[in-house]
Design a protein around this ligand. Structure first.
Ligand code: AHM
Ligand code: MG
Length: 357
């Protein structure tokens, strides 16, 4: 081939070779513009997460035909929730793919009371992986979309007592975060602080291939996504917001029971997802370190916002590994609108207090 002509480039473009060759690990290295050890580590970690996603996707796609894939284990997790067999399987998959990787020293997940230490990596692994192995697991038995959520943080302490206290830091400390959506196709969406990028699993290649680079969330969108069954459990301010969208044109409700799917829609089409506090659970249901904070990191990178209603979500300091926070996340105008209803009610309360004193 004549090395001075560009015919091979044209050929590659015509047959979409460039696109097909943009795999996840190559993309991470391109993003970091480096082959330094840190870049290689992050690329390798993303590659392992991709392997976990492929294993989980494979089992989900055949779950209805297999023994022991659907239903409950009979156990209750640290959250007090009944554990699904897929929760346990997916949790173990993440541990297995990182064991002997030399990449992370510990993993912490929704399904484990304490972090899992990979003993042989303790002196060398520089990172912690936080994850929710199956998000929305009530959807598994009815063959609807579910997800996995992940975040990578720098290992800071030696944490010999396994208290994980060094993990109790705000969401800005995340080095990378993302989710896997197991839907009609399996998608992986991630950010290492340089925009948000989406990959589709090409089953014929067994690789995640770049499908959308630098995804930007619309500033405003039509969707509001919330479990309205909790209406009378919420604070009046959230009810005000819901009454507002009921009375105004241009809003549509969408709620799948799996956060990852709902957020994915909002990321691409705009809108807001809410899981506010309830009377029974004032901090809501969603866990900060491996559900809300990774998604907040991702959506901020796409130009969106995440809030607890009174605080930027990425500023929240967890007080324990499985801390929960209310979550309002999505397009920045929609999130601001929900916050304005909350501020209005807070102002009213303050005025009443002043009036009384
Ligand atoms: P899970 O990780 O145990 O499945 O819980 C998280 C899920 C979210 O995906 C979803 O948005 C929410 O719980 C649904 O809860 P609810 O049934 O209370 O609306
Ligand atoms: Mg979850």
């Amino acid at each position: 081939m004549n090395t001075t002509d560009n015919s091979h480039l044209q050929f590659a473009r015509e047959y979409a070779l460039d696109r097909d060759c943009t795999t996840l690990s190559r993309h991470v290295l391109q993003q970091l513009q480096s082959f330094a050890p840190e870049a290689q580590d992050l690329s390798a970690i993303m590659n392992r997460i991709a392997l976990a996603a492929k294993l989980i996707a494979r089992r989900l796609s055949r779950a209805g035909l297999m023994e022991g894939a659907l239903g409950f284990t009979g156990g209750i997790n640290v959250q007090g929730e009944s554990v699904k067999k897929m929760d346990t399987y997916a949790n173990e998959v993440f541990i297995s793919v990182f064991e002997q990787s030399g990449l992370v020293s510990r993993l912490a997940s929704e399904e484990m009371e304490h972090p899992y230490y990979i003993s042989e990596n303790r002196p060398t692994g520089r990172y912690t992986l936080l994850y929710d192995p199956i998000d929305g697991s009530s959807n598994v038995d009815i063959n609807l979309n579910v997800g996995s959520i992940f975040a990578i943080r720098q290992q800071v302490g030696t944490d010999a007592n396994a208290t994980a206290e060094d993990l109790l830091q705000d969401g800005h400390k995340q080095l990378a975060a993302g989710y896997v959506l197991y839907g009609p196709s399996t998608m992986l969406v991630y950010s290492i602080g340089k925009g948000v990028h989406a990959f589709n699993l090409d089953p014929s290649l067994g690789e995640f291939i770049l499908s959308a680079e630098n995804v930007r969330i619309p500033d405003h969108g039509p969707v509001y996504s919330v479990n309205e069954g909790n209406f009378w459990q919420w604070d009046e301010a959230i009810r005000d917001f819901i009454r507002y969208v009921h009375r105004h044109e241009g809003y549509s409700a969408r709620y799948s029971g799996a956060l990852v799917g709902d957020i994915h829609r909002i990321l691409f089409q705009g809108g807001v997802f809410l899981y506010p506090g309830t009377l029974k659970q004032p901090q809501g249901k969603l866990r900060l370190l491996y559900e809300s904070a990774p998604l907040a990191f991702l959506l901020e990178q796409a130009g969106g916002r995440a809030s607890t209603g009174s605080q930027n979500l990425l500023d929240v300091l967890p007080d324990k590994l499985h801390s929960r926070t209310p979550l309002i996340i999505g397009s920045k105008d929609n999130v601001a609108m929900v916050e304005s209803f909350i501020e209005e009610r807070a102002r009213e309360r303050e005025e009443k207090m002043v009036g009384r004193s």
